[in-house]
Design a protein around this ligand. Structure first.
Ligand SMILES: [Zn+2]
Length: 213
């Protein structure tokens, strides 16, 4: 068998601290993997000289899966980094037309307003969508990919996506926010996802999949 660049086994053969080859799509880690439950750690510029390339790979991975946000734990790195491109929501919120950002070492400073529901999904939990309640306004401090510091306030869909991705770097998933009844109803499906029993058209890594699947 030929080893092809972009093969699922490859991204784990190197890291972004020391080496870099070239842009590639990374496999997305599925529900059930402990990396999705770990509180991710802050990173320092000198530790990650190839951070821009990593962010580019994250965007490429996210676009291939038709997502609007992706956090580093979802590609197996327990670091406080996530990327967002909210432009698909520009029809409803025109100011999101050019919203493409990298958030490094983010810290949510404040959330305010009355919680509102939105039907969320997650690239690590394919085929499940549920209404999730979140506050409409969020103030967040973070570094961008040029290590410039920002302290900004977002509302609407931008805030919603930031909150979802921020949860990932805190080791939380949107399914944690559901009622006990909803959790019970999707439990079997979550278990199947972790075993790779799900139709998905992007590359994933399933924690409980049998070898040879
Ligand atoms: Zn997610």
């Amino acid at each position: 068998m030929f080893l092809i660049w972009g093969d699922a086994s490859l991204p784990f053969c190197y890291n972004y601290k020391n080496l870099y080859f070239y842009s590639m799509k990374l496999p997305i880690i599925a529900y059930g993997d402990p990396v999705l439950r770990r509180k991710a750690t802050n990173i320092m510029p000198e530790e990650y000289p190839h951070i821009k390339q990593f962010a580019e790979d994250m965007f490429e991975t996210m676009y291939a899966a038709r997502g609007v946000g992706l956090a580093a734990p979802q590609v197996g790195h327990s670091t406080r980094l996530f990327v967002i491109d909210a432009s698909p929501f520009a029809d409803e919120e025109p100011e999101l037309k050019d919203f493409k950002k990298v958030f490094i070492n983010a810290c949510i400073e404040d959330e305010s307003g009355e919680e509102w529901p939105f039907n969320e999904g997650c690239l690590s939990i394919p085929d499940i969508r549920e209404d999730v309640y979140r506050k409409p306004t969020v103030r967040i401090s973070y570094y961008d990919e040029n290590w410039k510091h920002h302290d900004e306030t977002y509302k609407g869909m931008a805030a919603r996506i930031i909150q979802h991705e921020y949860d990932h770097i805190e080791g939380k998933l949107f399914t944690d926010k559901l009622s006990p009844l909803r959790k019970c109803l999707i439990e079997k499906k979550l278990n199947e996802i972790s075993r790779g029993i799900v139709d998905v058209d992007y590359k994933m890594k399933f924690p409980a999949a049998r070898k040879g699947r």
